[in-house]
Design a protein. Structure first.
Length: 274
């Protein structure tokens, strides 16, 4: 692990005192690490698993990094972490007694923190109960030295359980992006996640559909292998913006498998953050 991959913090304790993430937390919110200055926190959520949420998270992070922003990814999917592998980053992350945990860094400068960067064996299963998992995610906010970030993207596990609840309550989430797939249950699934966000008073940026179609490499025809998309109708009924329709793209999967996702430019997304 190079020094750049594991130690790239650019702010110190004194320079972070005036940062918005260092202000007095509201309600159940936890204070950020003393060496962190994070301007905006974006949650990436889904109502069900297997919709490519991590791919969307990494794609958005790449886009922001390419624009010159300082970006981090908090991998909150403790039992199914995939972000480090996608970027070809391995631990262990450095842990100090006083400052906290130093994130590792992708080759395009994105700061990463995941349970896989702390385990002695990346393939070891995490067999923990919900409250313990939720507390670890909270520590990724309070104990990790994120340094100076414009955006922290939180890749959350699917559903509306302990971890999403902890993130919404403990972190100052500015808005969320929802990820789904083109199936008949899409509206019901999105509704559940949307209702949770509304109850937690978290603004919803919009919705992204993955697996919208597959483009034949020979004739270029778009084949809807997962059925006809209902994303436009569902989004209109729910009052959401459609932020992108992503096809089944073998090149993205290949880059993730090789640990080279930092090279991916996902042109199918149309998201502008403040």
């Amino acid at each position: 692990m190079s020094e750049r991959e594991c130690n790239n913090s650019s702010c110190d304790k004194s320079s972070c005192e005036g940062c918005s993430s260092r202000q007095q937390p509201a309600g159940f919110q936890a204070a950020a690490n003393a060496y962190s200055c994070i301007r905006r926190v974006i949650g990436v959520v889904s109502g069900k698993g297997g919709v490519g949420k991590s791919l969307v998270t990494a794609s958005l992070a790449n886009q922001l990094a390419a624009k010159g922003y300082k970006v981090g990814i908090l991998d909150a999917d403790i039992t199914g972490p995939s972000i480090p592998k996608m970027y070809g980053v391995h631990g262990p992350a450095e842990v100090t007694d006083e400052e906290g945990i130093t994130p590792c860094y992708a080759k395009n400068g994105i700061a990463l923190m995941s349970i896989n960067l702390l385990l002695p064996d990346e393939s070891a299963p995490v067999i923990w109960r919900g409250p313990i998992i939720a507390n670890v995610v909270k520590q990724f906010w309070t104990d990790v030295i994120w340094g100076d970030l414009d955006y922290l993207l939180v890749d959350m596990p699917p559903g509306t359980g302990d971890v999403p609840l902890t993130v919404f309550q403990s972190l100052p989430v500015n808005e969320i992006v929802m990820v789904t797939s083109p199936q008949d249950l899409v509206q019901l699934i999105v509704n559940k996640a949307l209702n949770m966000a509304e109850q937690m008073k978290i603004p919803v940026k919009g919705i992204i559909e993955n697996y919208s179609y597959f483009k034949c490499p020979d004739c270029g025809k778009e084949i809807q292998i997962f059925g006809k998309s209902h994303i436009d109708e569902a989004a209109a009924e729910l009052g959401l913006k459609v932020l992108g329709k992503m096809p089944v793209e073998p090149a993205f999967a290949e880059a993730a498998d090789k640990g080279e996702f930092h090279k991916v430019e996902n042109a199918y997304l149309n998201v502008e953050f403040e």
